[in-house]
Design a protein around this ligand. Sequence first.
Ligand code: AMP
Ligand code: MG
Length: 404
Amino acid sequence: MLSVAEARQRILAHFQPTATETIPLIASFRRVLASEMAATHDLPPFDNSSMDGFAIRAEDSNAAPLTLSVVADIPAGSTPKALLAPGQAARIMTGAPMPQGANAVVPVEDTDFNSREAGAPAPQNVSFNRKVTAGENVRPQGMDVRAGETILQKGCTLKAQDLGLLASLGVSQVPVHKKPRVALLSSGNELTPIDQPLESGKIYDANTYLLAALLENAGAEVLRLGVAQDTRESVSELFEKAVAEKADLILSSAGVSVGAFDYVKEVIELQGNLDFWRVNMRPGKPLAFGRYRGINFIGLPGNPVSAFVGFTLFVREALRALSGCSDGSQLKVKVRSVEEIESDGRESYLRVKLREENGHFWATPSGHQGSANLLALTQADALLIIPAGVKCVPAGQEVEAILL
Ligand code: AMP
Ligand code: MG
């Protein structure tokens, strides 16, 4: 049986980044940048004041205490015309351009003029009694970014602060990778839509909601195909819908183990090919990968916790490859188990709560570890990894965990 690492490698070999498109900056939050971005101009674009105060020639303050005559008033957004001569000052606001001749700003609170009310006119003279160094309270042009400098790398997922930076450079259109289109289906005669009463022997379809949320979080466009019944025809019908919708990936849950009613595997084999359908892991051994009429297919196990773990280990990575994403790889931390944990030798992913003590993370199982037990998953901070071949992790031993 394939190891987790081999299975991941086999899957990733089949995914290429989607095509690119140019979209308005406002729509680009969390999208993956398709080309490197360079600054079109300096930031800040001009020397400006970082304080409300008085622009002066710093040399004048060698004679402190002193009085300067105020020859101009420079609000933010204006273009100063004054050229400051020795002995002169200009009232200036935060963000306003420095007048020519000035090289420093004395904050208003360090002067005898401390009227900061809106509409207060500038005084005729201003006095202060300290030395001011050249450059004090001035934000020089290009201090943050130089024209031509690379500001964002290709493949980064655009964060709020990236949008702010692009906006300050006047970038209104952004090249990004198209969102991967993922056709999502659940399968099983027992599955009931959540808005209907639960009949005997049935359960609600949890995976559609769990997986759609994970897909959206990973930047995919989700095409919800609903639930396939346990018949060849019903499964085929939904797979055909995925083809018609031009999905980049078909993601299903359940129906890929060895049960008498597991048709998903069979339908894939009829219209495509199956690379593998089992991975040596726990939870989540029945995990299938292949292609249906040329479209990549990942079949997750039906049990919700297994589906979650399979998504985290494989689908999330496939979506990163599909969206051209080069950041956001899964964060792993070293943790120590509070209690001894037994394992069956398969690579195992335990749901644990973490507590930090003296610089170490201590892990305790967050509840029942069965692959259908969603409650323990909702209460988990991390998935603790027991490597393949390990049958016992003694208390206090350090192992890796994936932060959720
Ligand atoms: P299967 O792989 O079809 O044998 O399903 C394995 C287990 O997962 C069974 O107990 C199913 O009832 C359960 N299961 C399958 N699909 C879902 C779903 N969408 N939501 C919740 N449980 C599911
Ligand atoms: Mg089933």
